[in-house]
Design a protein around this ligand. Structure first.
Ligand code: ADP
Length: 448
């Protein structure tokens, strides 16, 4: 059945992104917002708007009762959660569906399975995805941890089953430190996630982060849309993403993409998903799956021409995938820069009033942002204020265009990390595509 009105349970650029896809499909939108976001661009553009609470996300964007009430009041027949907030909350997905509202996202049971990293890893292994060597499941005792660590070899990584954002993760260089680091990881996980379950993994020295975009119709058909290379990270936060990865051959892409798509088909996965791997010496190792749209999805859209949000909405309506695997061709190169309101080198957040704003433009330049002159960036949420996505027929061409676009973009008032992106695009390693997940932090440490 067709969707007529989507409630967007999110804010910022992603709320706008969803609004745009909906309007292009002739679907009305309902913006929900905290009092701090009353003047946000997506609220202005949406057909309807409902205030769902005070600035604190716990009381607004994470307030399930208020969001469901807003959907009832506005007669929305579907909810899109965006990323972050409630997007990977299986209970929320179930509540939405129990209210006869379409959930524009994966089946709740799949969100739950992939949300627990121990179950996710086990499921991934059963589906044929290559895993990082480690404990077969949760590790109960220090003795067990010592035995497994000795088998896989040090250094090992203690990871929290409920982890996210790199929290509850400890690198253990040798056995003598295992007991104390494992108990630190457990208590960190307990206080952050209310769950002290941990497991062990081999710590990879210098991998790249390469993730595959997958898409399923929920009825056993699934495709992949290639990979994104997100190795440029600071504190596990991605800074710049590109597609395709500078290190994958097209044969490797096809092979690994098929492994991912087959796994999703076997699961009966519905909607958009991302399977994250670490890649080292030509080998892939599954680390986790995200059961939602990713921030960096536009680079995939740029090289495949597929509108992923439109596809999500179609699948939620019960329609089949709009493209078959053999119709997907990877063309050219795309890079996304995450533009944050923060000091470019100390990373201190810099919210506040935008006194002047000029967006970049021109051929193959896409800016996803709710920014406008006079807008006040609230201090309560994520610091990302815009995404600049640039396409080129070649990686070199893409980088030249990206430099040009960054020169054009003017944001006055708050500090932004545009100078960081400009500095990165002068580095030979970045220009050559020769960087791992360690690169950015090492580069930043050298600058000090
Ligand atoms: P989270 O959900 O907390 O982000 P992930 O499992 O996605 O946890 O890991 C986050 C990041 O931690 C990865 O992108 C990578 O940089 C690093 N990491 C995770 N597992 C390993 C590993 N086995 N070896 C080395 N680095 C790892």
């Amino acid at each position: 059945m067709g969707i007529t009105r989507i409630l967007i349970a999110n804010r910022g650029e992603i709320a706008l992104r969803i609004h745009r896809a909906a309007h292009e499909m002739g679907i009305e939108t309902v913006a929900v917002h905290s009092t701090a976001d009353a003047d946000a661009m997506h609220v202005r553009l949406a057909d309807h708007a409902v205030c769902i609470g005070p600035p604190s996300a716990t009381d607004s964007y994470l307030n399930i009762a208020n969001i469901i009430s807003a959907a009832e009041i506005s007669q929305a027949d579907a909810i899109h959660p965006g990323y972050g907030f409630l997007s990977e909350n299986a209970k929320f997905a179930e509540i939405v569906e129990a209210h006869d509202i379409k959930w524009i996202g994966p089946k709740p049971e799949h969100i739950r399975t992939m949300g627990d990293k121990v179950t996710a890893k086990k499921t991934a292994g059963d589906l044929g995805l290559p895993l990082v060597p480690g404990s077969p499941g949760a590790v109960e005792s220090v003795e067990e941890a010592k035995r497994i660590a000795a088998e896989i070899g040090y250094p090992v990584l203690v990871k929290a089953a409920s982890g996210g954002g790199g929290r509850g993760m400890k690198v253990v260089p040798e056995e003598s430190q295992l007991e104390s680091l494992m108990s630190q990881a457990k208590s960190e996980a307990k206080s952050a996630f209310g769950d002290d379950t941990v497991y062990l993994e081999k710590y990879l020295g210098n991998p790249r982060h390469i993730e595959f975009q997958v898409f399923g119709d929920g009825n056993g058909n699934a495709i992949h849309l290639g990979e994104r290379d997100c190795s440029l990270q600071r504190r596990h936060q991605k800074v710049l993403e590109e597609a395709p990865s500078p290190v994958l051959t097209s044969a490797e892409r096809d092979r690994m993409g098929k492994v991912c798509a087959d796994a999703m088909a076997q699961m009966g996965y519905r909607g958009a998903g991302t399977i994250e791997f670490l890649w080292e010496n030509g080998e892939f190792f599954f680390i986790e799956m995200n059961t939602r749209l990713q921030v960096e999805h536009p680079v995939t859209e740029a090289i495949t021409g597929v509108d992923l949000v439109r596809e999500q909405i179609r699948v939620a309506e019960g329609r089949p995938l709009s493209v078959a695997q053999d119709e997907i061709a990877f063309k050219g190169h795309a890079i996304e820069c995450r533009i944050n309101a923060e000091d470019p080198f100390t990373f201190a957040p810099s919210p506040g009033k935008v006194s002047y704003y000029h967006s970049a433009g021109g051929m193959h330049v896409r800016v996803d942002s709710g920014l406008y002159a006079g807008y006040s960036i609230p201090p309560y949420y994520d610091s990302m204020i815009a995404k600049l996505i640039v396409y080129g027929r070649t990686r070199e061409g893409c980088i030249m265009r990206l430099k040009r676009a960054l020169e054009e973009m003017v944001i006055e008032g708050p500090k932004t990390n545009i100078p960081l992106h400009q500095a990165l695009l002068k580095e030979a390693d970045i220009l050559n595509g020769d960087y791992s997940i360690k690169w950015l932090e090492e580069w930043l440490a050298q600058r000090e």
